[in-house]
Write a protein that binds this ligand. Structure first.
Ligand code: F6R
Length: 611
């Protein structure tokens, strides 16, 4: 979703802003713009389409001299993607400029009030309303800082704001509520950004803004104020990953690079958490007593993170014998969930900023539940508001379609499951030891899966022109199919559905005809025979079947499937960790064959910070 970057310092701002925006491209956007201040005026350049258009238009920023500015990549919500609706927005008198990420819910009411007072609007956006309202209060107070507070009291919704005022050169004002924004402490310069990738080239020292806070940035100082306007001290954090982690490093696509990084990412997730053959979770405060008093466990997330929860449900219920409800965050927050202090809610999020997931967390907390979150981005909002947080250590994930974050989330959830089972004594010592030993082999087994990439590419070349694909499976394979199907549709734009195999005969089988592609997931040993029967059924109706099974299941599947992919044998609970990788690669190669924009699929954003 929208990306924000701001710079104030001694250098020319525009090239720094353009570079920062290029690093935020991965968030998804449809237009981009910058505003730079100099010689008592604010100059804006903005355009629909790719950032390269903006760069060309401004000659790499050379046309916009000035040492302070703000930039924005827009993912349209209110008003179509066009030049006028792009950010930054100027107040009618051109003295105030603003970039915004989020949605202003009461913008219509404010717009009507301002229209009555004769204010003219250039765009259809909710964001411009904030710029015009700022002008309104600035004229009343003659103090831009006071005007910002008045605006914040008036607007409702979610926002990360970057504001410039022509009368206050070399200064940026930032404000945040329910949308990500961090402050970067440079040497003789200061930054605002939606995430650290935009500014890590210049500084590793950041402070995370909290809801209600307002920051005043000059080249030498960042002063933060709370919602009441009192100055506060902010903790500084040091970003601990290298800029190369957010660059392609010779790969054609981030998605492929990130798939290839999965074994290493898993090693980082697993390694530091195993001591003397036992799982240890850093700073983790859930005790055996808490677990014993728990009546149920919720897993709440969106998209692929939700699919991790679907896998987790099977494993947790099997090992802990505690009922698990997996809920989509966007539904959970409005379904009056049954929660109390005896409920544990596991929140899963790569970005730690997904708005629905964040809202679900707050809803659960308000009802007394205990929150454990699995998050990738250190210091993100979800991480900060949880009772316990465990990081996946996957490193920055740039491709919109998640791969290494999914795999590390899954592994961490499995580790939490085993840790809980050990605490509760629901797994015997021998089985526990065996499973902990086995989970440490997963990264190496994953290397073996990656080594089959040419074979997977071959199958992709056979099937890339299908316009409808079905993923079928039972138990863990069904949960795995949900992710395989999402991966394929989001990057290749091929319609695909995931079905529990047993459901086929209740309706969907009518869609199977000559040449339909069915991806039959058959890794789960105990139900291999059932999986085989479903393969035979769809084959009998003319489907092409690409089967995914374990090395020990290959012979059986090969008898009936059109093609077979395998993963090494492992303990049942870890099968989806291996099985997901061929599905990610299959989606990747299909999208590659079709010439799709793999890292930035149409209409999608990496971090979904609006409802
Ligand atoms: C799909 C994908 C999305 C995310 C979802 C949640 O490839 O990446 O479905 O999983 O938007 O995002 P996070 O995990 O950041 O909360």
């Amino acid at each position: 979703m929208c990306g924000i970057v701001g710079y104030v310092g001694k250098e020319q701002a525009a090239p720094i802003l353009l570079d920062g925006l290029s690093r935020l491209e991965y968030r998804g956007y449809d237009s981009a713009g910058v505003c730079v201040g100099g010689d008592g005026a604010l100059k804006v350049a903005k355009t629909k389409g790719r950032l390269s258009n903006l760069s060309e238009m401004t000659h790499g920023g050379g046309d916009l001299p000035g040492t302070f500015g703000i930039g924005h990549t827009r993912w349209a919500t209110h008003g179509e993607p066009n030049d006028v609706n792009s950010h930054p927005h100027l107040s009618q008198d051109g003295r105030i400029a603003l970039v915004h990420n989020g949605i202003i819910e009461n913008y219509m009411e404010i717009k009507e009030m301002l229209l009555e007072k004769g204010v003219q609007f250039a765009s259809e956006t909710d964001s411009e309303v904030v710029a015009q309202l700022l002008q309104y209060y600035y004229r009343k107070t003659s103090d831009i800082f006071q005007a910002v507070y008045k605006v914040l009291h008036r607007i409702e919704g979610a926002y990360a704001l970057g504001i410039l005022c022509a009368d206050k050169p070399d200064q940026i004002i930032a404000a945040r509520k329910d949308a990500p924004l961090l402050l970067g402490h440079g040497d003789g310069c200061a930054f605002i950004a939606s995430d650290a990738t935009a500014i890590i080239k210049h500084t590793r020292e950041v402070s995370y803004m909290e809801d209600g806070e307002v920051a005043l940035l000059t080249a030498d100082r960042i002063q933060v104020y709370n919602a009441l306007g009192d100055p506060i001290e902010k903790e500084r954090h040091v970003i601990d990953w290298e800029i190369s982690a957010a660059e392609k490093g010779g790969y054609e696509h981030f998605m492929f690079k990130e798939i290839m990084e999965e074994p290493e990412a898993l090693r980082r997730t697993i390694g530091p958490r195993i001591r003397d053959g036992r799982i240890e979770l850093e700073g983790f405060s859930v005790t055996a007593d808490t677990l014993r008093s728990m009546s149920r466990l919720y897993i709440v997330a969106c998209g692929s993170s939700y699919h991790v929860g679907m896998v987790g449900k099977y494993n947790i219920e099997k090992l802990l014998r505690i009922p698990v409800e997996v809920q989509l965050a966007s539904e959970f927050r409005y379904c009056d969930p049954i929660l109390d202090e005896k409920t544990l809610v596991i929140i899963i999020s790569q970005s730690g900023e997904t708005l629905d997931t964040m809202a679900a967390l707050r809803e659960a907390k308000a009802r007394g539940a205990r929150i454990l979150s699995i998050v990738n981005v250190v210091g993100s909002s979800i991480a900060r508001e949880s009772d316990d947080v465990l990081y996946t250590w996957a490193g920055p994930e740039i491709a919109v379609a998640t791969t290494k974050a999914y795999s590390t989330q899954l592994m961490l959830l499995d580790m939490i499951t085993l840790y809980f089972a050990d605490l509760l004594g629901t797994v015997d010592e021998k089985t526990y030891r065996k499973l902990v030993t086995e989970l440490q082999t997963i990264p190496d087994k994953l290397e073996k899966v990656l080594a089959q990439k040419e074979k997977i590419q071959y199958f992709a070349s056979q099937y890339f022109n299908h316009d409808s694909v079905f993923f079928i499976g039972r138990n863990l394979d069904f949960a795995l199919g949900l992710e395989g199907s999402l991966k394929l549709k989001e990057i290749s734009y091929i319609h695909s559905e995931a079905y529990a195999s047993g459901e086929l005969k209740h309706g969907t089988i009518s869609l199977i005809e000559d040449g339909t592609l069915v991806v039959a997931l058959s890794t789960y040993g105990p139900l291999l025979d059932k999986a085989m029967s479903n393969v035979v059924e769809v084959r009998a109706r003319g489907a092409d079947v690409l089967a995914l099974t374990t090395e020990s299941g290959e012979e059986a599947l090969a008898k009936n499937a059109t093609g077979v992919l395998t993963v090494p044998d492992t303990a049942e609970m870890f099968l989806p960790s291996l099985g997901v990788v061929p599905l990610q690669l299959f989606a990747y190669y299909v999208a590659l064959q079709k010439g799709c924009d793999i890292d930035k699929p149409r209409n999608l954003a990496k971090s979904v910070t609006v409802e």
